[in-house]
Design a protein around this ligand. Structure first.
Ligand code: HSE
Length: 436
């Protein structure tokens, strides 16, 4: 049997998981791929440190260029993360005629257009299944499984750390910092965890999903991004009382007036499957004109679920080693010369429903002033709830769920209502998606 030699850049959580899965499942992998696939080299920052996998069968180096320039290595697996060094190494590997597998969502979201163009020029593959939603084969599903569809929308829980934090806070009343520390220990969180909690990691992944769903270039700068760090527990509880759960969603929708690309906390009706995806699990809903709604579920982070996607990419690359590059699945799902820019909508033009909470003085006529304000802006209200005043508080929480409306109109109404004497402080605004 012919052999394929893999060089791994970075033996952290995912790198060690990849080496372990390739070794443990070597026989099944060779039955599937037709190749004897093995790690021949791996780069680490410090060779003297203990590793999370058995390294006895391959060489370790502290210089990643040893791998990128090695004539022994067929596939370079980039698992060091970050952008600067990773980009340099990936472009060098491509220039050296090596295929690349990466789990680096930031690299693909920010530099993918340049990287895929270099790969096309050199006739090599850059595969990135592990960059989005860990072990779920969502890239393969969208690129290949739905190639007969016009994709209308993609919406998903695509950050395991954020979902883990929201779930533990809701179910166990644990503090944000406590759960985040556990997510870091378990290897779910990014090196800089603000990427998880401020939505940047999800925005990287949404950028990739939107490009392959709609055949557009990668356009990270056009994603509206809001994290979970400012979410108040009181709204998590109120949402639940109203029959919703708050999930941190990445949403990409194709509308007649342009693409909506947004990442933010979202109220989802509790009966929807997506509302019941908890812990570190991810799920991505894809809506196609032919297939309708589909939901893809699995672990979104962690050593072996992510390694599962990395190894699947290695097998895919091995299977196409002898295939002419124009016959391979295109990097961004559409033929490179058919990828087209589409206008993206500004936040004020997003169309969705809203959960709005105002703190209101508990006096006669207050509610009618608020309702009148919405009527003036032509905003239709789906439901209103007034909570009992908390002990020692002079205001009550009044919650409005609007019907679908342009965000700019809601912002205008909020501005006017916040100026009323009966309203105390700033309103809380969280988007609501019914995901029909
Ligand atoms: N930090 C990421 C997450 C890792 O929590 O989802 C997987 O991309």
């Amino acid at each position: 049997m012919k052999s394929v030699k893999v060089g791994i850049l970075g033996l952290g959580t995912v790198g060690a998981g990849t080496a372990e899965v390739l070794s443990r499942n070597a026989s099944e992998i060779s039955r599937r791929s037709g190749y004897d696939i093995a790690v021949s080299m791996a780069s680490v920052r410090d060779k003297s440190k203990p590793r999370g996998c058995d390294c006895s069968d391959f060489a370790l180096t502290e210089d990643p260029l040893d791998i990128v320039n090695s004539t022994e290595v067929d596939i370079v697996v980039e698992l060091i993360g970050g952008c600067d060094l990773a980009k340099e190494l990936v472009l060098k590997a491509i220039a050296n005629g090596k295929h690349v597998v990466t789990a680096n969502k930031a690299l693909i979201a920010l530099h993918g257009n340049e990287i895929f163009s270099a790969a096309e020029k050199h006739g090599v593959v850059v595969a990135y299944e592990a960059a989005v939603a860990g072990g779920i084969s969502i890239i393969k599903s969208i690129r290949e499984g739905f190639s007969g569809n016009q994709i209308e929308a993609v919406a998903g829980i695509i950050n395991g750390t954020g979902n883990f934090i929201l779930t533990e806070m809701r179910d166990k009343g644990r503090t944000f910092d406590d759960v985040l520390a556990e997510a870091q220990e378990l290897g779910y969180a990014e090196a800089d965890p603000t990427f998880d909690v401020e939505g940047i990691d999800a925005a990287h992944k949404l950028t990739i999903l939107a490009a392959i769903a709609f055949g557009t270039p990668l356009q990270f700068d056009d994603v509206y991004t809001e994290g979970i760090s400012k979410l108040d527990l009181v709204d998590v509880a109120y949402a639940q009382e109203l029959g919703y759960r708050i999930k941190h969603l990445g949403i990409a929708k194709k509308t007649e007036t342009g693409l909506e690309l947004r990442v933010h906390p979202t109220l989802v009706p509790e009966k929807r499957l997506l509302a019941n995806v908890d812990g570190v699990m991810n799920a991505v809903l894809v809506k196609g004109d032919a297939v309708g709604n589909t939901l893809h579920y699995g672990a979104g982070a962690g050593a072996e679920p992510t390694a599962s996607a990395v190894v699947a990419d290695i097998v895919d690359v091995a299977r196409t080693l002898d295939v002419a590059s124009q016959q391979r699945v295109p990097a961004l799902a559409f033929q490179a010369n058919a990828v087209q820019e589409l206008a993206t909508k500004k936040q004020a033009d997003f169309e969705t429903a809203f959960y709005l909470r105002f703190q209101v003085k508990d006096i006669a006529g207050a509610m009618s002033q608020l309702s009148a304000g919405f009527a003036e802006q032509n905003i239709s209200i789906e439901g209103i709830t007034q909570k009992e005043p908390e002990k020692g508080q002079s205001t009550v929480s009044v919650i409005f769920i609007t019907q679908k409306v342009q965000e700019g109109m809601v912002d205008e109404a909020i501005k006017q209502l916040e100026s009323l004497a009966v309203v105390d402080g700033e309103a809380v605004k969280i988007r609501v998606e019914h995901l029909n």
